[in-house]
Design a protein around this ligand. Sequence first.
Ligand code: ADE
Length: 235
Amino acid sequence: MKIDVLTLFPEMFAPLDHSIVGRARTLGQVEMTLTNFRDFSTNKHHKVDDYPYGGGAGMLLTPQPIFDAFDAIDKRRPRVIVTTPTGRRFDQQLAEEWATEEHLIFLCGHYEGFDQRIHDELATDEVSIGDFVMTGGELAAMVMIDATVRLIPEVLGDQASHEDDSFSTGLLEYPHYTRPAEFRGLKVPDVLLSGNHAKIETWRRERSLERTYRRRPELLERIDMSKSDKKFIES
Ligand code: ADE
C-alpha cells in the first residue's frame, strides 16, 4: 500500500517509524511519503494561510499549496482523506475498507481548517476521529494510518489476531489473562484454566456482551444476537 501525507508538520509522524507500522514500512509492505505542502507555496514568504472571507476568527489553509502538492503526487485512483472534526466518524469498518486500497492520501488540516474548495475538489472521504477538536489533523491521520495498516493481510500475519478485535465482531472484546494463574492473590477465572473450549467460548461471549451492555449499549442494537445472547442480556 502507498500512503501519502500532506502536512505542515512532517516531523510529527515519527511515531510511525516504530512498532508494527514501522516494521511494515521497513519490509516494504507500506510505502509512506510525507510532504510538507508549505514547500509548494508560490508566496515569497511560503505563506499557506489567509483570513476567511466574510470575517470570523482564525485562519484558513489556502488552495494553491495543497492543490499543487496534490498534483505532484503520482497516483491512479487514490482514496483522498481530509482530516476534520466535521467529517464522518472514523471506525473499524472504515479501517477495514481502507486496508484493501492501493493508495491513501491524507490531507492534514490546521488552524481553522481548509478553504472549502479543497474539500470539494480533492476529498473522497472527510473523516473525524471523535467529537472533539484538536489543534491539527496530524494526530488524527496517525490514528487512522495505524488502525488501517495493521489490517493489511501481510502486516499482522496471524489473521485471527484481529478477527476477535473489539468492533470487528460488533462487540467490545472480552478480558484477557496470561501467566501466572495467581498474582498477589488475584486469580485468573477458573474457566480459562479448565481446557473446556466450549465453556471458554461461552464465557468470552458473555463477558463481551456484558462489557458492551455496560459501556457501549448502542453497539448492541447493530449486531445480530443469537437466542442465547438475548437470554444472557435479559438476565
Ligand atoms: N482535526 C482537529 N480535530 C480533529 C478530529 N477530531 N478529527 C480529525 N481531524 C481533526
